[in-house]
Design a protein around this ligand. Structure first.
Ligand SMILES: [Zn+2]
Length: 161
């Protein structure tokens, strides 16, 4: 799914031309980048279980700080506000925040129901595309075959060749 989140960063470039592509990638991957630190601190939990889904052998037991919807909205606000104070670009700040939130939306499509809406006793959401072997192979093929055709023009954004 890292590739899908990166493509969200590429799409965001179209709407925030003054924001570097690296910053947009960081925003789109942000909650997955902080997640390992939260695991090491013991504040979130994951279990490896081979075969649990064809796509990913992980059981996300507890990750309300990085992957609850409320948590993601707060991370989006934090990143957007930080960017605004550093660069004074409201459009870039909003697009960065949206890129952070796009992560949760894309995760919602692929995860099995394990994404909380908020910390605590929350319902868990996920549409479960990781359960589809066909989709997993299709996404790997599409991502690896389409990416070399992608052209990135500095200051213009990304477009498909
Ligand atoms: Zn994620």
């Amino acid at each position: 799914m890292f590739i899908g989140h990166s493509e969200a960063g590429l799409i965001a470039k179209k709407y925030a031309k003054r924001v570097s592509l690296g910053t947009l990638f960081l925003a789109a991957q942000f909650i997955d980048l902080i997640w390992p630190s939260l695991l090491l601190l013991g504040w979130e939990r994951v279990r490896i279980e081979p075969g649990i889904t064809p796509g990913v052998p992980l059981v996300f037991e507890h990750y309300p700080i990085s992957h609850s919807f409320l948590g993601v909205v707060l991370w989006a606000l934090a990143l957007g506000v930080t960017y605004f104070f550093l660069r004074k670009q409201i459009r870039g700040a909003i697009v960065l925040g949206m890129a952070v939130i796009s992560h949760w939306v894309l995760d919602l499509v692929v995860h099995v129901p394990d994404l909380p809406l908020y910390p605590g006793d929350s319902p868990l959401l996920g549409l479960g595309l990781w359960n589809s072997v066909l989709w997993c192979w299709h996404s790997v093929y599409f991502s690896t075959s389409a990416s070399p055709k992608l052209r990135i023009k500095e200051g213009v954004g990304a477009s498909w060749a």
